[in-house]
Ligand binder design. Structure first.
Ligand SMILES: Cc1cc2nc3c(=O)[nH]c(=O)nc-3n(C[C@H](O)[C@H](O)[C@H](O)COP(=O)(O)OP(=O)(O)OC[C@H]3O[C@@H](n4cnc5c(N)ncnc54)[C@H](O)[C@@H]3O)c2cc1C
Length: 557
């Protein structure tokens, strides 16, 4: 037995998303002082926000490398803590394991809406939590998905409203559109929200590691040369854009849903491969920005997973706006042109077309991020998704999975709900999600809000169904808005269970909650029918659609 001395370097972590440097404003400890695990060592200000650096180790502070007032960068060693422990047998115990092998109640891999929500929830329940993020907090949703696309969708919407201003008596002319301002606005919304998550994690005491984490066969979490252990692990590694294996896919003109958001300039023309939700949202945005848009969809309609009546409605709207749609067609090849753009070779049943586009946006689906180390060989998969039970548990005890990587509904709020459910289940509070009642939105123009079965699915699964419908054309508030496109459609079983609800129209993404929240609370259509709505509201369209199921809509003959 001999005394073992270990010097632990305290490094400046990435304290905020865009941190390049920060300033040490105050040291709370002095050299030679005994430090307890969890002690605050110093305060650092980054972009006007103040953060604390604290010690995860017990020991003696032997060195302060940067006095108060110094500029520091992530990775700088600000202090050294030394530990000696006479109980350690050098011959049998690995130094790293004794001093750096931290143990958590919950470790979460992936800082997207599944992971960061799970981490905060677990911390609120009193757990010691570690969160690993290899890229940016907020994941796809905040950085490359929901938020940036909706920031653009709002710009498109404002443009649309301005274009209709004459209806309201205004004589306006739009002289120019500065796309770079829309990009800057989007970036600043994203970075504010990302910083907000960082602050929330910190306020809840979550240990955030900016690192790619893997799980080994013994359920240790490894990152670089480090290792931690956790009683419970939540995998929330999300997904990334899928690649299309065709000739020419490596062209400089080809974009995916990540790179299209960072385009410095708008192209004159854009060919979108894939008419699913992401493809169609971009189709409407780019069309509104003045780009000539083509959409190529291999199925026989765009938005093929939605209710047929809804996808056909959106297709008509898209076509009206000048978006050129090729259905039942595939892209065979992309050839670069000397002029700078590309020729996209589109094959349909009896035809080959070649269209020119400055940029080609591939939006054919998502690849799940399942490369999470040795544990991958032990996990059960359902096709390419990590298989989970109703409590978000994988087949391995103590390992849970949430979000896109589980291949359920690949939506941000579903990831978050799964994250919360996983934590509840870890804490013994049984929580099961009913995916058929969770709403989804498609931010086209007009929007779609929906949950549950399409009419075709409902007919296939149930002998008899009842449908109620009401159009926004007959809604007073919609008229005052000048937004009368669309309808609400509710599908119920013979015994009054709501099987599906579909709203197309202005604010449909909000309106769907009127009915989805009731259904999530277990209401059937008879009890929903009793509700009285404020007037004049667009929600009355839902009220009338519900009444219409029983032939009782007042404003419909
Ligand atoms: C263009 C687009 C628009 C979208 N719009 C919407 C919308 O309007 N509404 C909606 O509900 N959904 C939308 N989505 C889907 C939504 O973004 C995803 O469903 C959601 O982000 C999934 O959350 P997640 O936590 O499972 O994964 P992600 O958000 O993908 O986060 C996973 C995180 O894990 C990190 N990670 C991966 N592996 C590791 C590792 N080994 N170690 C450490 N970190 C790791 C990644 O860097 C990432 O940050 C959109 C998606 C796209 C692409």
């Amino acid at each position: 037995m001999e005394d073992l001395k270990v010097d632990i370097e305290i490094k400046v972590p990435h304290l905020s998303e865009n941190m390049e440097s920060g300033k040490i404003t105050q040291w709370h400890v002095t050299e030679g002082q005994n430090i307890e695990k969890g002690s605050v060592l110093c305060d650092v200000t980054v972009n006007k926000m103040s953060f604390e650096i604290y010690s995860d180790f017990k020991g003696i502070l032997t060195k302060i490398n940067f006095p108060a007032g110094s500029e520091v960068k992530p990775g700088d060693v600000v202090a050294v803590i030394s530990q000696t422990d006479s109980k350690i047998e050098v011959s049998t115990v690995n130094k790293e394991e004794v001093f750096e092998y931290k143990e958590y109640d919950v470790a979460v891999i992936g800082g997207g809406p599944g992971g960061y929500v799970a981490a905060i929830k677990a911390a609120k329940k009193g757990a010691k939590v570690a969160l690993f993020e290899k890229d940016k907090l907020g994941g796809t949703c905040l950085n490359r998905g929901c938020i940036p696309t909706k920031a653009y969708a709002r710009v498109a919407e404002v443009y649309n409203i301005l274009n209709k201003a004459f209806e309201f008596g205004f004589d306006l002319s739009i002289n120019s559109f500065d796309y770079s301002k829309a990009v800057k606005r989007k970036d600043s919304i994203v970075s504010e929200l990302v910083d907000g998550i960082n602050a929330l994690l910190k306020a809840n005491g979550v240990d955030l590691y900016y690192a790619k984490a893997e799980i080994d066969k013994n359920k240790n979490i490894t990152f670089g040369e480090n290792k931690i252990k956790a009683k419970n692990i939540i995998i929330a590694t999300g997904s990334a854009p899928a690649k299309l294996p065709i000739n020419g896919i490596k062209s400089k003109n080809v974009l995916n849903s990540d790179s299209i958001l960072d385009m410095a300039q708008l192209p004159e023309s854009l060919c979108i491969i894939g008419g699913g939700v992401i493809g169609m949202e971009f189709a409407f945005i780019m069309n509104q920005f003045g780009v000539k848009v083509y959409v190529v969809e291999m199925m026989n309609n765009i938005l093929p997973l939605l209710d047929k009546e809804v996808s056909s409605y959106i297709k008509r709207e898209a076509t009206k706006r000048g978006i050129k749609i090729y259905i039942s067609s595939t892209v065979e090849e992309i050839e670069d042109e000397e002029s700078g753009g590309s020729i996209v070779v589109i094959k349909s049943k009896d035809d080959i077309k070649r269209i020119y586009a400055d940029k080609v946006f591939v939006s054919i689906g998502r690849k799940l991020n399942t490369d999470i180390g040795e544990v991958k060989d032990l996990l059960e998969f359902d096709r390419k998704a990590i298989k989970i039970d109703n409590s978000m548990k994988t087949n391995i005890d103590g390992i849970y999975a949430v979000g896109d990587v589980t291949g359920k509904l690949m939506l941000a709020h579903v990831a978050s709900a799964q994250g919360e459910a996983a934590v509840n289940n870890i804490f013994g509070v049984e929580t099961v999600l009913d995916y058929m009642k969770i709403p989804a939105a498609v931010f086209t123009e007009p929007e779609v809000g929906y949950f549950g079965y399409t009419e075709d699915e409902a007919r296939e699964k149930y002998n008899n169904i009842k449908i109620g419908k009401f159009s926004f054309k007959h809604n007073g508030r919609a008229k005052t808005y000048g937004e009368t496109d669309g309808f609400a459609k509710i599908i119920v079983s013979e015994d009054d269970k709501v099987l599906g609800a579909w709203v197309v129209g202005n604010d449909a993404s909000e309106l769907i909650h009127i009915i989805s929240t009731s259904c999530q609370s277990g209401a059937d259509i008879r009890s929903i029918e009793k509700a009285v709505y404020a007037h004049p509201t667009k929600g009355e369209t839902i009220m009338e659609a519900v009444k219409d199921i029983f032939g009782a809509a007042i404003h419909k003959v």
